[in-house]
Design a protein around this ligand. Structure first.
Ligand SMILES: O=C(O)c1ccccc1N[C@@H]1O[C@H](COP(=O)(O)O)[C@@H](O)[C@H]1O
Length: 204
């Protein structure tokens, strides 16, 4: 069964909707320029509202280590997601499992990609758009991803109910990650779109 992460949650009701739909994880964006950014207090309220067995993921982009630690002191995050140029040493220093996001530009870039982050629980592949670290809502060229892999692929970038089944068929990812594809507006999730997305994944 492909795991599902619904990212960019900013409201308790959206977290509950994701959990009720059957999502495995929710993502909280700690990157101030994002329209989906939350602060630690808001994130703590969202996490506290969740039922058990929903993984909480904190997303950071080239953050100062002290800023990550400050969030961890307030918010019980299960997993960290690093969406910038962070090294394996940087990612490991927090003592939490982590996903490393890579914005896909070429097939060469993905040869031995996991070897660059040996501590990563998974590699999240997202679309490359100059000047935008993520959450672009755009699909990248899946043909660039090696089909033979010994690492956990978390597939992201422009996924929605309309294309996630094809994505899973073609890519066989460990998990799929969606943000814009289940939104009514930036940072505001659409319950019907969340439900449709989760149902599509579970139908594969
Ligand atoms: O969502 C954001 O605003 C964001 C900002 C900075 C880095 C990553 C961000 N989002 C992540 O991008 C991927 C793909 O999102 P989408 O489905 O294409 O909208 C996903 O992991 C988001 O969590």
């Amino acid at each position: 069964m492909t795991r599902i992460k619904i990212c960019g949650i900013t409201r308790e009701q959206d977290a509950l909707a994701a959990a009720a739909a059957g999502a495995d994880a929710i993502g909280l964006v700690f990157y101030a320029p994002s329209p989906r950014a939350v602060d630690a207090a808001q994130a703590a309220r969202i996490v506290a509202a969740l039922p058990p067995f929903v993984t909480t993921v904190g997303l950071f982009v080239d953050a100062e280590p002290a800023a990550v630690r400050a969030v961890l002191a307030e918010v019980p995050l299960d997993l960290l997601q690093f969406h910038g140029e962070e090294s394996d040493d940087y990612c490991r220093q927090f003592g939490r499992p982590y996903l490393k996001a890579v914005r896909v530009r070429s097939a060469d870039q993905l040869q031995d990609v996991a070897a660059q982050w040996p501590g990563a629980a998974g590699i999240l592949l997202d679309s490359y758009k100059p000047g935008v670290p993520g959450g672009t809502g755009e699909v990248f060229d899946w043909r660039l991803v090696p089909r033979e892999r010994d690492w956990n692929l978390v597939l992201a970038g422009g996924l929605a109910a309309g294309n996630v089944r094809q994505a899973i068929d073609e890519m066989q990812p460990w998990a799929v990650d969606v943000s814009g594809g289940v939104e009514a507006a930036k940072g505001i999730k659409d319950v019907a779109k969340i439900n449709a997305f989760v149902q599509e994944v579970k139908r594969v």
